[in-house]
Design a protein around this ligand. Structure first.
Ligand code: NAI
Ligand code: MG
Length: 352
């Protein structure tokens, strides 16, 4: 079995955690008997500053031909905020029609969480975030700009098509897990979008009689998630709410350095993309202080997506084992560098 992978290390700690994850991929290939071809794609701040290019059509075409994309992080203090993030990351998710942002929220044994009393048994859920629309369509208008009469309208677009795609995916996932799906929204205030999401939940739900459903307002979710995460199995939500509650989910897991994500294309016409949820962390870049766990767990998700289930499980459990023994989750206190931690995970994967 061979898989073609586009590797986008990006900026700051992106290349550091990606290099650690690639060492783990080497080990997984040796141990589990598959191969990969890897194309390095130099998108990011350096490339932008040298060429003025963000995500060009040629890069899109090049990426489209791969089975998956492994992404680090993008963003640099040398470039105005938003240019690279919108011009590359959001553009990529759009160009590759990555309909879903999948965010497992799992606390591994031994990992310090700021939520007192939280145990791994109580924290194992997956958040399915609609990844293409809602408030993130960036549509709206402003009148009387710069005056006290200024009015800004920011629209949220919700189509049956995209919501059904996300909800259907979430039901399938729930039926393979513990059979429980929660819709997270704000249907009592955002009534137009809320009605559509509720109606889609009902219609799709009729095809999954074995999945139990419930509903939680997004504000209440911010209370339930840290206090009683065990009540959730799969949570489905819109783009904006998903962005917010998945960061809260990362806190439960031990922080940004630990959390992984997948941007999933569901139509097969373009690759899915896997990335740690953190950014380029310019404050610690170049010091070997970034935790590679989020990148390694994203690699595990990618392997699962490519059909390498055994390798995926091995990478996840090796990462969890290394993570559970760290004295601190970031910085000098980790007691080992980013690459050394990647090498430790790789060694465990090789041992099997
Ligand atoms: P950030 O995630 O880069 O950093 C936030 C804090 O978490 C920092 O203190 C950082 O040191 C720490 N941190 C991040 N990753 C870590 C890791 N692996 N191990 C240990 N500690 C870690 O977010 P920030 O500072 O808001 O943004 C920095 C740049 O990254 C900006 O340009 C931002 O736009 C971009 N960004 C890019 C993302 C992406 O590529 N998908 C996602 C989020 C931000
Ligand atoms: Mg976010």
């Amino acid at each position: 079995r061979s898989h073609s992978i586009a590797v986008l290390p990006g900026d700051g700690v992106g290349p550091e955690v990606t290099s650690a994850a690639l060492a783990v991929l080497d080990a997984a290939q040796e141990r589990h008997g598959f191969t990969t071809t890897r194309t390095d794609v130099p998108l990011g701040a350096e490339h932008y500053l040298a060429t003025g290019e963000l995500l060009e059509d040629e890069a899109v075409e090049q990426l489209r031909g791969h089975d998956a994309i492994l992404f680090g992080a993008i963003g640099s203090p040398a470039v105005a905020p938003g240019i690279l993030e919108r011009g590359i990351i959001l553009a990529l998710r759009g160009a590759m029609r990555q309909a879903i942002n999948l965010r497992p929220v799992r606390l591994y044994p031994g990992v310090p969480t700021p939520i007192s009393g939280l145990t791994p048994e109580r924290c194992d859920l997956v958040i399915v975030r609609e990844n293409t629309e809602g408030a993130y369509v960036a549509q709206g208008s402003t009148v009387h700009r710069g005056t006290p009469a200024q009015v800004a309208v920011q629209e949220s677009v919700n189509t049956w098509y995209a919501v059904e795609r996300a909800v259907d995916f979430a039901f399938r996932l729930a039926s393979e897990r513990r059979g429980r799906l929660t819709l997270c929204h704000k249907t009592n205030v955002l009534v137009e979008a809320g009605r559509l999401w509720t109606a889609v939940m009902e219609e799709v739900g009729s095809r999954f009689p074995d999945v139990e459903t419930d509903y939680v307002h997004v504000d209440a979710m911010c209370m339930h998630l840290p206090v009683s995460p065990e009540r959730f199995d799969v949570v489905v939500t819109d783009n904006l709410f998903g962005d917010i509650v998945t960061d809260l989910g990362a806190v439960l897991q031990g922080g940004l350095g630990v959390a992984a994500s997948g941007n999933l294309n569901l139509d097969g016409a373009a690759p899915s993309m896997f990335e740690p949820i953190h950014g380029s962390a310019p404050d610690i870049a170049g010091r070997g202080w970034a935790n590679p766990a989020g990148a390694c767990l994203s690699l595990a998700m990618m392997l699962g997506h490519l059909g390498e289930g055994e390798a995926a499980a091995a990478v996840e459990s090796a990462t969890a084992a290394v993570l559970g023994e760290l004295p601190a989750l970031a910085g000098a206190g980790m007691g080992a560098s980013t690459q050394e931690l990647g090498d430790r995970v790789a060694a465990l994967v090789r041992e099997g």
